[in-house]
Write a protein that binds this ligand. Sequence first.
Ligand code: ADP
Ligand code: MG
Length: 265
Amino acid sequence: MRTLSIANQKGGCGKTTTAVNLAAALAQTGHKAILIDLDPQGHATLAFGYAPDRLERTIYDSLRDSRISLSDVLQFTNVKGLALAPSNILLSGLETDMAFFQGRESLLSDCLRSLGEAYDVCIIDCSPSLNVLTLNALVASSDVVIPVQTHYYALEGLRQLLETIDVVNERFNPALQIAGVLLTFVEDRTRLSRDVQQQMKDFFGSLVFETVIHRNIRLAEAPSAGQSCMTYDPHSKGAQEYRRLAREIGYEIRTRTAQESIIHI
Ligand code: ADP
Ligand code: MG
């Protein structure tokens, strides 16, 4: 199973929108997918129509108690082939609950291991901070997708994220790779947006995904209907662009997996 964290400690850059729609797009193209809401705000949970404070079990239970398997907390979504591990505000207590627990950075990877080969891909929606939750996400992941909002301060804060990825690489998870930087809220007409796109390409080179996500109102509306944009308005520009991203990521992952299996032979 490939596990992709959608991470950037900056709030409002499109993490949840990317996690929800990428997971839905991957499921719709035949991957057995699981979406993990690893943000105590529960936005990805809300996006699929669940009220976070009314859930009996969430990802928090599974992270805290090794007797509760991840499959026990999963919920259905209205997208065939996509399961959701929901969250709510209780998840914010994990940091203090586990303050003295050795191995607290690998609670999520232990949970995911218990799933075996039941899923092809797992998408993790990270919280807007570099805390123990995001550390758990990175330790459990094969890839990071970094959504970056195209505005003047886009590069700010990214250095800290890249340093964290380096530390995770060195200390916990040498397999972690940056799948790519995803430009979000793009507006072709504005010079600012074009400048920032160029700046990102100069800085990250080929790590910038060819697919960009334009500002699109349908993406912002879909959560209020308790749906991903893939079902809310499949023909919208937002849905099309996330399908394109799923193809780009799917292709890259297949190529890399093929290369790895050649190397292992
Ligand atoms: P994050 O999870 O990084 O905080 P969100 O995905 O929740 O960011 O996005 C922040 C807000 O912007 C949300 O209200 C969301 O619906 C909206 N949004 C996200 N991406 C787009 C987009 N491409 N076009 C228009 N609105 C968007
Ligand atoms: Mg979010």
